[in-house]
Design a binder for this molecule. Structure first.
Ligand SMILES: [Zn+2]
Length: 274
């Protein structure tokens, strides 16, 4: 599987070997911004885009579904960019919709190419052949996986330890039920950073309804990236889930990035040194 993508992701010497999903014009499925950042924060945004490859058409979905949270995490990329700027961190994001391939899921998971997402069926994912699914793994997931993995390895090779922060947003109404949680601080086996964030966020004036492992947690299978790029390498790591009504516009995004920037900086500073 690996040899379908054999370039050096960080120096961008070659593009992916196309196997029939993405066109040359659609470009690289992964974007890396501020790759040589001075700071240690690595922001990863798996659900940054609602874009579908031309060859997949609409996946049989109506326009409202293609613009909704089932296709992407509205606002997450904008907040990630602001944070990467504020903290001089690196940002790696996926340029295609999670309906094509959900980069926060491993290839063996059915949820990587969902046939049902919340209240929507995804006809184009139901009708897929094994080869078509493999093309999604090869052209969307593996380039992403390798870019993040190689970034972490390159930093470690020069004695630097990235702090992994995966950035997400969630819908305020899910299956018709309103959610009151505004910010989720999620973790898997390594809760060092999450513990500090929750301690800092709930000391003094509490700005948001902020909760541990809500509205999702490890049991929902949402910690793939944390495990793969963080826990496995001993990196401090956290997954942030923002209720998307709070980051619908630029003002909301700035307010949230200001808050999270302060929270992350203070929490990371409180981590024990290596
Ligand atoms: Zn997400």
């Amino acid at each position: 599987m690996k040899n379908s993508f054999h370039c050096d992701r960080l120096t961008r010497q070659w593009g992916p070997v196309l196997t029939g999903l993405l066109t040359q014009a659609e470009g690289d499925p992964v974007a890396i911004e501020n790759g040589d950042a001075k700071g240690d924060f690595l922001f990863v945004c798996e659900h940054a885009s609602s874009r579908l490859p031309e060859r997949l058409g609409t996946l049989g979905l109506p326009k409202e579904a293609l613009e909704s949270h089932i296709a992407w995490d509205p606002g997450a990329l904008a907040v990630s960019r602001l944070l990467a700027g504020k903290l001089d961190g690196t940002l790696i994001h996926q340029r295609f919709s999670r309906l094509v391939y959900d980069c926060n899921r491993p290839p063996e998971s059915d949820a990587a190419t969902p046939v049902v997402s919340e209240v929507y069926e995804v006809p184009g994912n139901r009708a897929m052949s094994a080869a078509e699914r493999q093309a999604r793994v090869d052209e969307v997931y593996l380039p992403f996986h390798e870019t993040v993995s190689e970034f972490v390895a390159a930093r470690k090779a020069v004695g630097r330890q990235p702090i992994l922060v995966t950035m997400h947003s969630f819908t305020p109404v899910y299956f018709g039920k309103s959610r009151s949680v505004e910010l989720g601080i999620l973790h898997d086996a390594d809760s060092r950073l999450a513990d500090r964030m929750l301690a800092v966020a709930t000391t003094g004036e509490v700005a948001y309804d902020i909760r541990r492992n809500e509205p999702y947690g490890p049991a929902d299978g949402v910690t793939h990236s944390l495990i793969e790029y963080g826990v496995r390498h001993g990196l401090p790591n956290v997954m942030i889930e923002i209720r998307n009504d709070l980051i619908r516009n630029e003002v909301g995004q700035r307010v949230m990035a200001d808050y999270l920037g302060g929270l992350l900086a203070r929490s990371a500073a409180a981590l024990p040194k290596k």
